[in-house]
Write a protein that binds this ligand. Structure first.
Ligand code: GAL
Length: 380
């Protein structure tokens, strides 16, 4: 009798959990038009998702009909099931003041938002390029809000960690870097130049003013520490930088990782104590083959693995470029890989590629292009 009662309770709990799951068999169709509640294609490129209060909030770049510059700002969409999205409007707006870093017409890319439970603030970081300066400024920008959907208040932008050496360089390596004479290494992509970059040729150039920060993501670890991961050194080297406890500044602890690896578009997740990072190469809006790395310490060392993409167009990341990896709440070992299919001539028409991360028997992640799949059936 007791066993029967226990079984019934367990079955009821299971049914309740199954019924309360927000996920349905509504299909995710990569590369197609994704209408919001008004039937308008979602405009949230280079984005990321924050799961907060049982709701997904997708933040991304608003793109214009013809322009990749920020004419509007960062948009926000909300959803309960990752398929039906409601446009929540502009979370961070560009401004008309020409003296502002985020004046209309600047370049504002790859925004990501995290929630800080201590300060109860939502913190947005993004890649910022000053108006009219191409990609030369290479800054990180930060904005905060009391409300998840905004409006976000811009705090500041700048290069990162000026005058601070990374934790993963020894004194001997610092000395060797400081002995490099840039005059001996004109930018040339020779093995000697690449080796000098690896040793810190470009790092040294930016040491006093702070490291460049272009393509980026954020990651909050299990212990609540948050990290800003960005392409530094003219996209040659990634930096993984810890944020302060309130997430609005860099703490000064960071690592230079995969030096001279030429990685952009970092996206990261952790499974069974291993960090996995998927990146792209650097070919602008044109797709290239993704790269994958793993580490057991977020500051490295990071080990490179083969391209995680398999099947047709694997060498082009299925015509996409990574932007974020979302752990899917309520599903075990479920990670959603998000990528952008850029359309630089008609940026507003850029499409999204969302795929489940699959795992080989040895635990290595990989991707397969599934033209149509759904969360309910993909992950039990
Ligand atoms: C890509 C980068 C995008 C954007 C673009 C501009 O490589 O990932 O975020 O900056 O270059 O050409």
């Amino acid at each position: 009798m007791k066993i029967l009662v226990k079984f019934l309770i367990a079955a009821a709990a299971f049914l309740a959990a199954a019924c309360s799951s927000p996920y349905t068999d509504a299909p995710i169709r990569s590369l197609e038009v994704w209408p919001d509640q008004d039937g308008v294609h979602i405009n949230a490129h280079g984005g990321g998702i924050l799961y907060y209060d049982d709701t997904f909030y997708w933040f991304g770049e608003h793109k214009g009909e013809r322009s990749n510059n920020a004419l509007v700002g960062v948009t926000c969409y909300s959803s309960k099931d990752l398929v039906n999205w409601t446009n929540e409007g502009v979370a961070l707006s560009v401004v008309d003041d020409p003296a502002s870093d985020i004046t209309r017409g600047c370049t504002l890319e790859r925004p990501k938002v995290i929630y800080n439970p201590k300060t109860k603030k939502f913190v947005m970081w993004f890649h910022l390029e000053l108006r009219g300066q191409g990609y030369n400024a290479a800054r990180a920008g930060v904005a905060i809000s009391d409300n998840v959907t905004g409006p976000y208040t811009f705090l500041r932008s700048g290069r990162v960690n000026p005058g601070i050496y990374p934790e993963n360089m020894t004194q001997a390596e610092i000395d060797e870097m400081n002995a490099l004479d840039p005059a001996d290494y004109p930018r040339s992509w020779t093995p000697e130049w690449v080796d000098a970059v690896k040793k810190g040729l470009l790092f040294k150039h930016d040491f006093e003013t702070g490291q460049m920060s272009r393509d980026m993501t954020l990651y909050v670890d299990d212990d609540g520490k948050a990290y800003h991961i960005y392409s530094a050194e003219d996209n040659l080297t990634l930096n993984i930088a810890e944020l302060t406890d309130d997430y609005t500044a860099h703490s000064g602890r960071y690592a230079r990782v995969i030096p001279a690896g030429h990685n952009e578009a970092p996206a990261i997740f952790k499974k069974d104590g291993t960090y996995w990072m998927i990146t792209s190469g650097c070919t602008g809006w044109d797709p290239n083959a993704a790269r994958m790395f793993s580490a057991t310490n977020i500051f490295g060392p990071w080990t490179q693995h083969p391209n995680p993409c398999t099947g047709e167009d694997a060498d082009l990341t299925y015509h996409g470029q990574s932007t974020f990896i979302l752990p899917v709440p309520g599903k075990k070992d479920a990670f959603l890989f998000m990528a952008d299919n850029w359309r630089p001539r008609t940026p507003i028409d850029g499409r999204y590629i969302w795929l489940p991360i699959l795992f080989r028997e040895d635990g290595t992640p990989y991707l397969e292009f599934l033209p149509e799949w759904n969360i309910k059936d993909q992950w039990k």
